[in-house]
Design a protein around this ligand. Structure first.
Ligand SMILES: Nc1ccccc1-c1cnco1
Length: 247
């Protein structure tokens, strides 16, 4: 997978050099290209923003630098087209399902904006011939889209074949489609069996895999009911047998 990111703060993406994503890049599973938007702002101050037409607070990112920057990225491979992802609080929710859709794409282009956003004509220009998604990572206000790109690149990158040591951990993730979809993960434990008077639940030491699976599902349901009750409403009733309803 190739990922391109255009930003006025390319140094923001230093975390993509380390840990899981960094190793995936070293192993050639992921190819990340960072671009400084100001390289396509040709005035002496390398200006990338201006006041909004129609008035209002803040500044809007100018279309010209973005257009030239995106054209330059597209020119990197004339035979392919990237899926463009625009982080914005006004976008569709970023979910595990969307991450799984993106990991199937050979090329992603992220366009994190600062200020009040990018002049809307930019995505109108590319939306006519490319797939352009406006995506939000949650209902809160960030100073720019760079943090959202880090979140999405990690969520997508970890799903690439060969990136996770134990492939099952992606399948068992919270929110991963399947039986545990829409369920939060329950509590986890490791050695020692007793720590400061706190003991590991006996069931987990029993070696009875069926009972352990049931216990984990019960705990997942309890935590979901406590922290994300709205997800329970989305659970398929068929997956909630009478035992679960007792919880
Ligand atoms: N708040 C923001 C400001 C600028 C660019 C993206 C965002 C964003 C993305 N997901 C939630 O917020």
């Amino acid at each position: 997978m190739r990922i391109d990111i255009i930003s006025i703060f390319p140094e923001y993406f230093a975390p993509l050099d380390v840990s899981l994503i960094g190793k995936a890049r070293e192993r050639g599973i992921l190819d990340v290209h960072l671009h400084q938007l100001r390289d396509w702002a040709h005035d002496v101050h390398r200006t990338v923003d201006d006041t909004p037409y129609g008035g209002g607070p803040g500044m809007v990112m100018k279309p010209e630098p973005w257009g030239e920057a995106i054209d330059a990225v597209l020119a990197a491979d004339q035979d392919a087209r990237p899926r463009i992802i625009v982080p914005t609080p006004s976008g569709v929710p970023f979910t595990q399902r969307l991450a799984m859709e993106y990991v199937a794409e050979p090329w992603l282009l992220f366009t994190p904006a600062r200020y009040e956003g990018i002049d809307s004509r930019v995505m109108a220009e590319y939306g006519s011939r490319l797939c352009v998604d406006e995506v939000s990572i949650g209902d809160y206000v960030l100073a720019g889209g760079e943090a959202a790109v880090l979140v999405m690149v990690e969520a997508v990158g970890r799903l690439l074949p060969g990136v996770l040591g134990n492939a099952r951990s992606a399948v068992d993730d919270s929110f991963a489609p399947g039986e545990m979809e829409n369920l939060l993960e329950g509590p986890v434990y490791t050695k020692p069996p007793e720590w400061r008077g706190h003991e590991v639940p006996e069931i987990l030491l029993s070696g009875h895999h069926g009972k352990i699976a049931r216990w984990r599902r019960d705990e997942a349901l309890r935590r979901t009911a406590r922290n994300r009750a709205e997800l329970l409403a989305a659970l398929d009733p068929a997956t909630l047998d009478k035992h679960d309803r007792r919880l």
